[in-house]
Design a protein around this ligand. Structure first.
Ligand code: LHQ
Length: 262
């Protein structure tokens, strides 16, 4: 598949996706969904050990492309549930299920499902000038693409409610202090910092990190007993892997480990 709406590459264990519809602040079109779906399939089949996602131009992603909606009088209402189920849910679950860290570099506004996209990633960095907007309420909709799941879990019910009911701009710095994202950095530091992390993850113990990601996400809906059982099962499995052996041996031999990600 050739891509018209995203830029995609895999080099030295690092997969990179750049949303590339800058004239529309990288709003999601049906084609963009298809291309993202294809790119995620290729990443899964590749030797990539980290994914770095960002947006081209001054925005990160303005959510659903509203020009793809014709709601003029007489036009039938679209089935938004079907849109979500067929396009957005596979994307969110695809990122969540990717067995490697997913870094999101939020270079500008992240609105509606664009904000949810960022929150579907594992480590979210944002430029100081970026803002997060729960635009859904301005269209009479509910937060979707996982937004209503992620928001209260990260910032608590009071802040999630205020953000979702008011749709105000949340500056990146506040998003960091509220725990919505990992870090806010100076605009010119965003891509260098994201690259630095990507390079770090490209030689990290990828399988262990993939299990870590699953454990952290699972924990929000587990009792302590359930989580202890999960930790036992995960540790049992990755404890048999190459990277645990390498990590222990490298420590004892006082050298840097060389992880193969397995
Ligand atoms: C856009 C868009 C856009 C098209 C900017 N579409 N062109 C999921 C699935 C199922 C159903 C429904 O919904 C969903 C979830 C959603 O995502 S709902 C939320 C959809 N998104 C929005 O409501 C955000 C709409 N955009 C905005 O509010 C503003 O553009 C923001 C606050 C993002 C940025 O404002 P500004 O920095 O002032 O930029 P701008 O408004 O001038 O936009 C620049 C251009 O991008 C402009 O085009 P133009 O030709 O006039 O330069 C906009 O029309 C276009 N654009 N968002 N979602």
């Amino acid at each position: 598949m050739t891509y018209q709406t995203i830029l995609f590459s895999i080099n030295d264990g690092i997969a990179r996706i750049t949303l590339n519809r800058p004239e529309k602040l990288n709003a999601f079109s049906v084609s963009m969904h298809a291309e993202l779906h294809d790119a995620l399939e290729r990443i899964r089949a590749s030797a990539a050990r980290v994914l770095l996602l960002c947006g081209a131009g001054r925005g990160f992603c303005a959510g659903q492309d509203l020009d793809e909606r014709d709601l003029s009088p007489g036009k039938p209402a679209p089935d938004l549930g079907l849109t979500l189920e067929s396009l957005y849910h596979p994307l969110v679950l695809g990122l969540r299920g990717l067995p490697m860290p997913v870094i999101c570099a939020v270079n500008g506004v992240a609105a509606g499902a664009g904000a949810s996209l960022a929150l579907a990633c594992d480590i979210v960095l944002a430029a100081r000038s970026a803002v997060f907007i729960q635009s859904f309420c301005k269209l009479g909709l509910v937060p979707d693409a996982g937004g209503s799941h992620a928001l209260p879990r990260r910032v608590g019910t009071a802040r999630a409610m205020g953000l979702a009911l008011l749709g105000d701009k949340l500056p990146a710095e506040q998003a960091e202090s509220w725990g919505l994202i990992w870090k806010c950095v100076a605009d010119e530091q965003l891509l260098p910092e994201a690259e630095r992390l990507a390079v770090h993850f490209s030689s990290a113990p990828t399988k262990g990190l993939a299990f870590t990601k699953r454990a952290i996400y699972a924990s929000t809906d587990h009792t302590l007993e359930q989580q202890l059982a999960l930790e036992r099962d995960f540790q049992r499995e990755i404890g048999r892997g190459n990277d645990y052996r390498e990590g222990v041996n490298a420590f004892k031999e006082k050298r840097a480990p060389i992880f193969d990600g397995k």
